[in-house]
Design a protein around this ligand. Sequence first.
Ligand code: ADP
Ligand code: S3P
Ligand code: MG
Length: 177
Amino acid sequence: MHRVFLVGPMGAGKTTIGKYLARHLGLAFADTDAEIEHRTGADIPWIFDVEGEAGFRLREAQVVEEMTQMDDIVLATGGGVVIRPENRQALGSRGFVIYLHATVAEQLRRTRRDRKRPLLQQGNREEVLRTLMMTRDPLYREIADHVIDTDGCSPRVVAQRLVVALNADKQGPATLE
Ligand SMILES: Nc1ncnc2c1ncn2[C@@H]1O[C@H](COP(=O)(O)OP(=O)(O)O)[C@@H](O)[C@H]1O
Ligand SMILES: O=C(O)C1=C[C@@H](OP(=O)(O)O)[C@@H](O)[C@H](O)C1
Ligand SMILES: [Mg+2]
């Protein structure tokens, strides 16, 4: 049984790299944000507008509780998934957690034209990303089995390096089996 969970900040490439990684590993791919949208029948900006961030986090926790129990899957999460202790507990104890890291400068470049991430639609985006990174980076590291820097690497290269790291890491195959 294989479970790989991708965590990290907005623009780290969790959704993009997750698809490549799943294909390389021959696993299914899922994304908590896509699942939340599917279940709600509305997109994330709508959920934030109508229910606030609190409503979104409640939906996210429900999806995490269920999806971290699925087998043979690469699961991409949203950047704020680590805020809730119960999410960290579920992710950290049920699968192999990869922290996809990107610097704030790189996150800014990759999310420049984005209109779908409510937290980046107001105020100074760089300031928002910097503050989120400060509070969340220790939480990503707390549950990560492996950390990889994505700056300057294409999604395909990051995914290939992850496959190598998972195979080389003594913890990897054991945890993945
Ligand atoms: N390693 C990378 N190099 C360059 N661009 C990337 C990389 N990973 C993701 N991107 C781009 O950055 C944007 C955000 O990627 P996404 O996968 O949605 O990140 P996340 O799910 O972590 O927020 C997308 O436009 C994607 O094509
Ligand atoms: O960092 C966050 O709090 C969020 C990240 C987003 O996902 P990505 O990290 O995939 O962009 C999405 O879950 C929502 O907009 C909130
Ligand atoms: Mg994503």
